[in-house]
Design a protein around this ligand. Structure first.
Ligand code: HSE
Length: 326
């Protein structure tokens, strides 16, 4: 019996102008899985911590269970697997919670079985997890969660993802107002068609943002972090969004927008000190309307998922996790 413990990071999808095509990974928060092989020929989820009982333990209904099953079927393995999932970020927060669980699980099972697939090859399985979670197999959370850094989804059919170099000083501030927005709902309110003049602005900005990241041109990044299509609609779901955004920009943010489908709001800046000032200013605005928030300040995650421990059977006892077997 082999055991592995893996961390996969939270992610900020869309990054203002890149709806469904751009995302980046954070160092914190993230999800952890402890995965064990057994002789059962089944995939089971024996424990989930940190979800307030909201996620199903049924492996056929849980993103983590489904992606592992699809992976095993693809590689033709009947290996029995038990998953213990530790949610270390809020659900429905716009931080790629389902993506982190799917990526941690896929990375863990692939490591346990001797890494038959590359990270790029794991991506389509992780995307299927998103389909289960929100009805759309978008890749802008799972791709950065799996590859680290900034990742552009150049095309979905065929799937073509590109890692984008970025300035090393970039820091993200993310505030999570304690309200829940389901991605499925936040997608359903979007218009199905857009004006050509808005499309022109948006693709100018996404091109500018990518160029700014590669050239480490902060002024260009700042000019480009604008979303004229999605943010005007979704921001209506987030109380005081405009004030929180203004507070971030007034405190030195390069840009500020909705993280993924919200309600989290992210800002980018060029130092930890500025990121802290931005966080305080954003939190203050939310506090004024009686909304508490979680705050995360993180440099951009460069590595994606990582193994925390391998074959460390004593961890189960130490952490309070149940040790399971077939
Ligand atoms: N691109 C997706 C959306 C991300 O905005 O719906 C969801 O986190």
């Amino acid at each position: 019996m082999k055991q592995i413990r893996v961390f996969a990071p939270a992610t900020v999808a869309n990054v203002a102008c890149g709806f469904d095509v751009l995302g980046f990974a954070l160092n914190e928060p993230g999800d952890e899985v402890i995965m064990q092989t057994n002789d059962s020929e089944e995939v089971t989820i024996s424990k989930i911590i940190g979800d307030d009982g909201k996620l199903p333990l049924n492996a056929n209904k849980n993103t983590a269970g489904v992606v592992v099953k699809q992976y095993l079927e693809h590689i033709g393995s009947k290996q029995g697997i038990d998953i213990q999932l530790q949610k270390r970020m809020p659900l429905g927060s716009g931080l790629g919670s389902s993506a982190a669980s799917a990526v941690a699980s896929l990375f863990a099972v692939n490591e346990l079985l001797g890494s038959p697939l590359t990270r790029q090859e794991l991506l389509p399985f992780a995307m299927e997890g998103e389909r289960i979670a929100c009805g759309a197999a978008h890749a802008d959370n799972v791709a950065p969660a799996l590859l680290g850094g900034f990742v552009l989804v150049r095309s979905y059919a065929p799937l073509d993802v590109v890692s984008i170099p970025f300035p090393k000083d970039l820091v993200a501030t993310v505030v999570h107002p304690q309200i829940e927005i389901r991605t499925e709902d936040a997608r359903s309110i979007l218009k199905k068609s857009i004006l050509l003049k808005d499309a022109i602005q948006q693709w100018g900005n996404i091109g500018g943002l990518i160029a700014g990241l590669i050239q480490e041109d902060y002024a260009l990044i700042k000019r480009s972090l604008q979303d004229v299509i999605i943010e005007p609609v979704r921001s209506l779901l987030i109380p005081s969004f405009d004030k929180v955004k203004k507070a971030a920009l007034d405190s030195g943010a390069l840009g500020c927008s909705i993280s993924g489908s919200g309600p989290s709001i992210f800002a980018l800046s060029t130092s930890l000190a500025t990121a802290g000032e931005i966080a305080s200013a954003m939190r203050k605005e939310l506090k004024m309307i009686g909304i508490d928030c979680d705050v995360y300040i993180s440099p951009i995650n460069k590595v994606g998922p990582r193994v925390i421990s391998n074959n460390e059977s004593s961890f189960a006892a130490r952490s309070g996790y149940a040790t399971t077997s077939a």
